[in-house]
Design a protein around this ligand. Structure first.
Ligand SMILES: [Zn+2]
Ligand SMILES: [Zn+2]
Length: 175
């Protein structure tokens, strides 16, 4: 085991190790790293040494320029960042249908009630929110279209989950 000072200041890809973080539940040592893009993240010694973690996640984010999310059209990447707990996430410059410019992180764009500017969000909250969110017969269409797995998802795919009691995988879609 090397001591902490051997890691601090070292570069792994786009990351530079800043300080020691509390170890993960498995007892692996974790480090707070700053990315060349300005973001920060934590990574284990193993992931850094093996090259599995070489950036804060910025490399993984696909270019969304020109794409439309709800009322927002993505104009391009911005140098603004939003916070997610201890992490920061890059934000996209977006134009709302109403003409306002707003900055959103990728996950906010994909969230139906956040894919609009603050003024539109306030108006939306005031007017029947369920109808505005695209509910049809109790099902939110945008949720079906959005293939991002939910927080409790273990399979990595929407609608696919593991049935523990019988030990099989189940895929389903409901309307
Ligand atoms: Zn980065
Ligand atoms: Zn708007």
């Amino acid at each position: 085991m090397r001591n902490d000072q051997d890691m601090i200041g070292r570069r792994f890809g786009k990351l530079i190790v800043i300080s020691r973080e509390p170890s993960d539940p498995g007892g692996r040592r974790r480090w707070l790293c700053r990315c060349d893009c300005g973001g920060v993240c934590t990574a284990t010694t193993g992931n850094l040494n093996s090259g599995r973690t070489t950036n804060c996640g910025c490399r993984k984010s696909p270019d969304l320029t020109g794409m439309v999310f709800g009322r927002l059209t993505v104009l391009g990447r911005s140098d603004r960042r939003g916070s997610r707990g201890r992490r920061t996430t890059p934000q996209w410059e977006c134009r709302c249908e109403c003409g306002a410019i707003t900055y959103k992180a990728t996950d906010s764009l994909k969230s139906p009630h956040l894919s609009m500017c603050a003024a539109c969000a306030a108006a939306y909250a005031a007017s029947g929110a369920r109808a505005a969110a695209g509910f049809v017969e109790g099902t939110q269409l945008s949720k079906i279209r959005d293939m991002t797995p939910g927080k409790a998802n273990t399979s990595g795919y929407r609608g696919v989950y593991h049935v523990k009691r019988h030990d099989y995988w189940r895929a389903e879609i409901r309307f």
